[in-house]
Design a protein around this ligand. Structure first.
Ligand code: KG4
Ligand code: ZN
Length: 368
């Protein structure tokens, strides 16, 4: 990344460690935001043999790696601590050991340098990303679809989020990952299932689309996974095993049901959002599942029909990273919000404090 020290504007260090990515980034805000560096060290190999993220292993890895990520981010940006205006850190929601590693490091750095400290909600980082990438004006609708989260948010300000729906059990990425596991495909499951689905017949197995018969924007994906398991077992019982074609058709049926639910619920969420007559109506997506071409195409189509702009940030900014944390910290800082040494790490931290709590566990631990 380009180094551009001594420019006017605000420069923030961001630190992220809420799940299985240790990340640090430097973001500078002038008229528009600029990512000077963004370092992400994933932990997929560390957790691969366990079939999911192991919180203790994640926490230890964050504690060992975060310092190095910060050093690299600062070196790549060509920025010294003297040139920073603040430090933003994910203070939740997430796996508590990992969040604590980040918060402790940020507190230490803030104490040592005298820089302001800003605690950021990880979900706010995702939700504000379309402003970092495209300067999207408020209010916009955000669909967060990842391995740990699934919610529709009306984003009206850096600290103003209204949740109008979400999953009541599994997150979509979790459902993709579990489907891959059930069919013997590699993790993370999303890309593997998508690749198989592209070669399959989506009409052979028709899976349920839970909660479509209920009003509102809430979603449910655990029944879909159970239906897939049953169908898989029926095919195995009939034939003694799964052929390549069976596996592809199961993936295609699963993905079609998933897309159907996201599509219809997005249509409904847009109706709620458009009631407020936003000046520049827009839907933005974030999270790993937004990488899925079938999901993306369906959402683009829904938006086109409703004359709503559709935005999908580049994948490296859709998935977990620290640039979004630095940026969200900058927005909070500009609002005059500050934290101090009392900042606590929170496993649960709903963005919309007025919305009812979500249930389900999620890849990142308790859902917010
Ligand atoms: O946002 P992310 O990197 O991490 C979380 O915060 O969870 O999302 C990872 C999730 C995984 O569950 C992965 O299977 C899913 O996103 N994913 C996909 C695709 N690429 C990643 N799901 C469906 N289709 C894809 N192409
Ligand atoms: Zn995330």
């Amino acid at each position: 990344m380009q180094s551009s020290p001594n420019l006017p504007g605000l420069t923030f260090l961001g630190i992220e460690s809420s799940c299985d990515d240790s990340a640090a980034a430097i973001v500078r805000m002038n008229d528009r935001a600029e990512i000077l560096s963004s370092v992400v060290e994933g932990q997929v190999n560390l957790h691969a043999e366990f079939g999911g993220v192991v919180p203790e292993i994640a926490a230890r890895a964050h504690a060992e790696r975060l310092d190095g990520c910060v050093e690299r981010a600062m070196a790549e940006a060509g920025v010294s601590f003297a040139e920073l205006d603040g430090i933003a850190v994910t203070a939740g929601p997430g796996l508590i050991g990992g969040v604590l590693s980040g918060v402790m490091l940020a507190k230490g750095l803030a104490a040592g340098t005298g820089l302001p400290l800003i605690g950021v909600n990880h979900l706010a980082g995702h939700a504000l990303t379309p402003r970092l990438t495209d300067g999207l004006p408020f209010p916009y609708l955000m669909l967060l679809v990842s391995g740990g989260h699934c919610q529709f948010l009306i984003v009206s300000g850096p600290d103003s989020f209204r949740r109008i729906g979400g999953t009541i059990d599994d997150a979509p990425g979790e459902a993709f990952d579990k489907t891959a596991k059930l069919l013997g495909l590699p993790q993370p499951g999303g890309p593997a299932v998508e690749a198989e689905a592209a070669l399959g017949n989506p009409a052979r197995f028709v899976f349920p689309r839970p909660l479509l018969d209920k009003p509102g924007c809430d979603m449910s994906f655990s029944g879909l996974k159970t239906a897939l398991l049953r169908t898989r077992d029926t095919v195995i019982a009939e034939k003694g095993g799964l052929t390549k074609a069976d596996r592809r058709d199961l993936c295609a049926g699963f993905q079609t049901a998933m897309v159907g639910v996201l599509e219809e619920k997005t249509r409904r969420a847009l109706e709620v959002y458009l009631e407020a007559s936003p000046a520049v109506p827009a839907l933005a997506v974030a999270g790993g599942v937004a990488a899925n071409t079938a999901v993306r195409t369906a959402l683009e189509d829904v938006c086109a029909k409703a004359s709503v702009r559709f935005l999908a940030p580049p994948l490296r900014l859709c998935t977990d990273n620290a640039a979004m944390i630095a940026y969200a910290g900058l927005e909070r800082f500009q609002m005059g919000l500050r934290d101090d040494a009392n900042l606590s790490a929170r496993p649960r931290w709903p963005l919309d404090q007025t919305a009812p709590a979500m249930i389900g566990s999620g890849k990142k631990g308790a859902k917010a």
